[in-house]
Write a protein that binds this ligand. Structure first.
Ligand code: UD1
Length: 416
């Protein structure tokens, strides 16, 4: 399955259940390493990145089993083994194993992590924060070497609220001697989920969801059963799919409380949104209205859904300006959308203006990263005639089955 074939021009109708969150599952799975017992993590999505994390945990000696409703990780007997290079290089979130490994063993060796090609993605904030907690880093043939003679709490001030660095500080902090006070922490919902999991295991972390965290280190962690919440980015993807293709959909389990900025943008784009205890209803009456969008850290508009707005506004009834402030390479889909007749101008570094046009034509386009790939599928749903999106494996990194989900909503989408 390398490509997705889409017959466009059909308004969406129906309901789809939102999968568990990728960005919450990955750090929680990494955190199971710190628990010297069994953890049962429910509602992990069956996606490539979670499979990679499972194989990384296995390579470290954990016993990991998929069950019907979740993943059972037994980290009683783990070893300092080397992690498979390919799995580390293919996934940026392998980086949160760094904090967990240092927490468990006081040392780690890992290849520099990869992930989507959406920017430079340096790791300086991770290294400097862990450095303040007593970790020393060395360049090794196998990659990055890390070692802490005595891992200790520290007062850390992050100059930018990096999600991954905040996760690493939390993971190392719960295992460290003494307290860690983190100022400038990321406030993304996935940070709250990681803290909830660790607290469920017996850790003490105060301030989750705010920019100041206090992590009380050195407590014994016990295994627990934990439920990963639904994926706000997948929910936002299908919501934007509805705004683009038109129609009427119900996003079952969508975490509305985490999606404030996205729901506001959807309404400005002409969508009608209604929140119930079970999920989100969306109704999209006609061509999208133009907006001015600026991505930001949480609770601002998430960078992961910027490409979807870009794709949808190619059919907007006016000009939309988009400013990307988090990852500089998120505009790689522009030339693919242009193959479908979109009119997009790069106005300055990090900014584009989308000049809405009445119709897009189906075309063969290439996904080069996860979220941009999903946005191209949305463009295919909006276009007249048939589109093929190549590069399906990128999309499978984060969506269990995007074809099945859009078919549930009445679209004609198949993997080929
Ligand atoms: C996580 C999410 C990703 C999301 C992003 C921002 C996961 C698996 N991925 O990525 O989907 O788009 O948060 O919400 O959860 N930076 C540095 N130095 C560092 C670390 C980061 O300069 O040491 C920069 C990055 O290059 C980027 C920005 O900070 O420009 C945001 O990165 P960060 O918040 O760390 O994102 P990730 O954790 O990689």
């Amino acid at each position: 399955m390398d490509s997705i074939r889409i017959q466009g021009g059909i308004a969406l109708q129906g309901k789809v259940r939102i999968q568990g969150s990728k960005n919450a599952s990955l750090p929680v799975l990494a955190a199971t390493l710190l628990v010297g017992e069994c953890s049962f993590i429910r509602n992990c999505p069956r996606i490539a990145d979670v499979h990679s994390m499972v194989s990384l945990l296995k390579s470290l000696g954990c016993s990991v089993r998929w069950q019907e409703s979740g993943i059972l990780v037994d980290a009683t007997r783990v070893r300092k083994g080397e992690m498979p290079r390919e799995a580390v290089k293919g996934m940026r979130s392998s980086l949160c194993l760094l904090g967990a490994l240092i927490g468990r063993y006081g040392e780690a060796v890992m290849e520099y992590p990869g992930g989507c090609v959406i920017g430079k993605r340096p790791i300086d904030l991770h290294l400097s924060a862990l450095g303040q907690m007593g970790v020393e880093f060395t360049e090794r043939e196998e990659g990055l070497g890390a070692r802490a003679e005595s891992l200790h709490g520290a007062c850390i001030n992050l100059p930018f609220p990096s999600v991954g660095a905040t996760e690493n500080i939390i993971l190392a902090g719960v295992a460290a001697e003494g307290d860690t006070v983190l100022e400038g922490a990321a406030r993304e919902p996935e940070i709250c989920t990681l803290c909830r999991f660790l607290c469920c295991c017996g850790a003490c972390i105060e301030g989750a969801g705010s920019s100041r965290l206090v992590i009380r280190g050195g407590r014994r962690l016990r295994g627990c059963e934990f439920m990963v919440p639904a994926d706000r980015i997948v929910a936002g993807t299908y919501l934007m799919g509805c705004i683009g293709a038109g129609g009427n959909v119900f996003l079952e389990k969508a975490p509305a409380e985490e999606m404030g900025a996205v729901l506001l943008a959807a309404e400005k784009m002409g969508g009608r949104v209604c929140i119930s205890g079970e999920g989100i209803y969306v109704q999209a009456p006609g061509r999208p209205l133009p907006v001015r969008l600026v991505t930001a850290t949480h609770p601002g508009f998430p960078t992961d859904l910027q490409s979807m707005v870009l794709a949808v506004e190619t059919r907007g009834c006016g000009d939309t300006s988009i400013e990307e402030t988090i990852f500089e390479n998120r505009f790689r889909i522009v030339e693919e959308l242009e193959k479908m007749g979109a009119r997009i101008e790069r106005t300055s570094a990090g900014c584009v203006t989308v000049r809405g046009t009445e119709t897009l034509q189906g075309a063969r386009v290439h996904a080069r990263e996860l979220r941009g790939g999903a946005a191209l599928v949305i463009a295919g749903l909006m276009a007249e005639g048939e589109s093929i999106v190549d590069g399906y494996p990128f999309i499978y990194r984060g969506y269990e089955n995007i074809c099945r989900d859009f078919r549930e909503l009445g679209a004609r989408v198949t993997s080929v």
